[in-house]
Design a protein around this ligand. Structure first.
Ligand SMILES: Cc1cc2nc3c(=O)[nH]c(=O)nc-3n(C[C@H](O)[C@H](O)[C@H](O)COP(=O)(O)O)c2cc1C
Length: 198
């Protein structure tokens, strides 16, 4: 089996965002593994209007070029790790919009979250787990939660990799994530073979 390819999606786009820090940190942690390949996918590179298609991409192929570009990018990956900023106790609108702009591309793949904020982004992450189920993704139990104090220290110049407990939680999350990424890839590949043979 080819190594599963994993996208680390940066879920916020505003100028001066914190989101780059958790994305780069989990990318470096992932790079230390030999069983998965990682690539950072920045939502800034996928500007999409607020959802404006005749129907959900679950039923009707999207018309907008931006939507098609986003879906083709998601199709290249076998799972997703998403950085989650908490805006008013929920996920960013830009991330929710990106969720809405694809459907089959997300299906039957694992997703894990690296949240940050006053409660480590926990409230936004929990909402995203519910949405992930509707998109037929498999949300991983363990998430990383970067609390306010840590964000302040990171903004002051301390690297996230200097926090041992974050590295440990990140490793636990990646271990769980890897199991599902591999198992689901085997299952999707078997489905694709069966479809081809039929
Ligand atoms: C519109 C808005 C709403 C926010 N609401 C919350 C919130 O409900 N809970 C929280 O912990 N932080 C909240 N924050 C603070 C963010 O956690 C913090 O600004 C963080 O850096 C945002 O992520 P970003 O820098 O990647 O955009 C909010 C920030 C913004 C801009």
């Amino acid at each position: 089996m080819a190594k599963p390819k994993i996208a680390i999606i940066i879920g916020s786009t505003r100028e001066g965002r914190f989101g780059d820090k958790p994305a780069n940190w989990i990318y470096e942690l992932g790079k230390a593994r030999s069983d998965l390949d990682f690539e950072i996918v920045d939502l800034r590179d996928f500007p999409m209007p607020f959802f404006d298609e005749p129907a959900s991409p679950a039923w009707v192929p999207s018309k907008a070029e931006a939507a098609q570009k986003w879906q083709k990018t998601l199709d290249r990956f076998d799972g997703y790790i998403i950085t989650v900023a908490e805006y008013n106790r929920g996920p960013t609108a830009v991330l929710k919009n990106a969720f809405d702009y694809a459907y089959p591309s997300w299906n039957k793949k694992p997703v894990a979250f690296v949240g940050y904020g006053s409660t480590g982004g926990a409230r936004a992450v929990e909402q995203l787990r519910l949405q992930a189920i509707e998109l037929q993704m498999v949300p991983i139990r363990t998430g990383v939660h970067i609390f306010w104090q840590i964000m302040q220290e990171a903004n002051g110049g301390k690297k996230l990799s200097e926090f041992d407990f974050l590295n440990q939680t990140g490793k636990d999350m990646l271990d769980q994530f890897a199991w599902y990424a591999k198992a689901l890839k085997v299952a999707r590949d078997a489905d694709a073979q069966a479809t081809k043979a039929a």
